[in-house]
Design a binder for this molecule. Structure first.
Ligand code: IFM
Length: 454
């Protein structure tokens, strides 16, 4: 680290994607359907009834996409494995051709000097397991550990960074509490149970890794600092509830061995009692934690919002992204410092950070996306500020390499550093991609150039 190169020499510079969002061909080569395949094919669930059937056709174009990563100068790439490609029924017979795709991808990455970071679960549960109750079935922890073990055996000789789950809060909140995401349940009784089984599944995979694996395993959560709208007791308490629900529901059990007490208040009669032995099992040391950061929330008390009795106060004077998320880089510094102070100094990665903005077409074929470029600049500076305050930060992964399938929003929201023309599958670097490449090339020094944030 020097004045010109503020990031450590072994810092990981990456981008992140997930299987269903980019691969396309979800049923190719013997794969089984996932809950996202079925959800997207249910009319009315996704914007314009769009699906991941083609997406970015990464399943066929992965070599070209790895070449783009190389052009960006990345030294790391975070992707997820589709469980139902490896195990079409979620358990039972292995589909070798499905696994082969990930072997080829990992080999292509390594050949270009790009370190793979592999997520085992990024929301696409095999549909066959959902028919058995999905994450509500207590056996789900064993199903997941068995699947994880198959991946460890296949790839731990080449993959050194493993992630169990991506964003369990979203899986539960979208999939089991409010129903906007697959599998589309709206059930306050289901949500705490699904959350608990996800945590048990995470722990079971970590335990299996300790027996089989040679490298590192961690968890990825999405975090969002919560700030009170006013200093009234009502708003302060609402903020604490929102923080417990969003930021501590998964991290407290993993790192402290207990659920935040506010959850019982939030879920009321639908909050079950969980055995202490489960919490002991969930409370296992991790090698690192991945944090996905996009925005913050200013919170006020609102009894009409179920079940939190807390509402977001829109900050109208601030820039908002296409998804109406406030752009707030300071929140990244705050949340990294909060994690380090509450849970200790384990290695942290920013495993996702990015913004959906409308990118107007340009006559000359150049894609100019000043808001995304600015977002990237300001958040990298915010990450560095936390690191300089002592946070043990090891890498940054921009979301996302390519424009892709943004879940219930279909293709209407573009997060890519690289633009995708879905009619032709042509990829075009946006200005933000060129900026990120320059940040990587200069090892961060360019973030401090006079006009870097413009
Ligand atoms: O696209 C998602 C990703 O799958 C998980 N984290 C947030 C991203 C943007 O919404």
């Amino acid at each position: 680290m020097s004045a010109h190169s503020p990031f450590p020499a072994d810092f990981l510079w990456g981008v992140a994607t997930s299987a269903y969002q980019i691969e396309g061909s979800p049923l190719a080569d013997g794969a089984g359907p996932s809950i996202w395949h079925e959800f997207a094919h249910t009319p009315g669930r996704v914007h314009h009834n769009e699906t991941g059937d083609v997406a970015c056709d990464h399943y066929h174009r992965y070599r070209d996409d790895v070449a783009l990563m190389r052009e960006l100068g990345l030294n790391a790439y975070r992707f997820s494995v589709s469980w139902s490609r490896a195990l079409p029924e979620g358990r039972g017979p292995i589909n070798r051709r499905g696994l082969d795709f990930y072997e080829r991808l990992v080999d292509a990455l390594l050949k270009q000097g790009i370190q793979p970071m592999l997520t085992l679960y990024h929301w696409d549960l095999p549909a066959a397991l959902d028919r058995l109750g999905g994450w509500l079935n207590p056996d789900s922890a064993n199903w997941f550990a068995d699947y994880a073990q198959i991946l460890f055996l296949a790839l731990d000789d080449r993959v050194k960074l493993w992630i169990t789950l991506n964003e369990p809060w979203v899986v539960v909140n979208g999939g089991y509490l409010h129903g906007a995401l697959a599998p589309g349940q709206r059930n306050p009784y289901a949500a705490p149970i699904a959350a608990h089984n996800l945590l048990r599944a995470h722990a079971a995979a970590v335990q299996a890794y300790r027996a089989e694996g040679q490298h590192q395993i961690g968890l990825v959560v999405n975090l969002e600092p919560k700030y009170p709208a006013t200093e009234t007791v009502e708003d302060l308490n609402a903020t604490i509830r929102a923080d417990a629900d969003f930021n501590r529901h998964y991290l407290d059990p993993v790192f402290l061995g207990s659920y935040p007490p506010e959850l019982a208040e939030i879920f009321g009669a639908t909050w079950p009692t969980f055995p202490d032995s489960d919490l002991d099992f969930i409370h296992q040391p991790l090698d690192f934690l991945g944090i996905n950061y996009y925005s913050r929330q200013v919170v006020r008390h609102d009894p009409n919002v179920w079940p939190l009795a807390a509402a977001k106060v829109r900050q109208d004077r601030q820039t908002h992204t296409g998804l109406d998320w406030e752009v707030y880089p300071q929140g990244l510094t705050d949340i990294l410092e909060w994690v380090a102070s509450r849970y200790g100094s384990l290695p942290l990665y920013i495993t996702e950070n990015g913004a959906a903005f409308y990118d107007p077409p340009q006559a000359d074929g150049e894609m100019n996306d000043p808001l995304r470029r600015r977002y990237l600049h300001d958040h990298l500076r915010a990450a560095l500020a936390a690191q300089q305050n002592g946070v043990n930060l090891h890498g940054y992964f921009a979301w996302s390499l390519l424009d892709n399938f943004e879940w219930a929003h279909g293709y209407s929201q573009r997060f890519g550093l690289i633009h995708v023309d879905y009619a032709t599958q042509q990829r075009t670097f946006k200005a933000s991609a060129r900026f990120y490449a320059e940040v990587i090339r200069s090892h961060g020094a360019t973030l401090f150039a006079g006009n870097a944030g413009k």
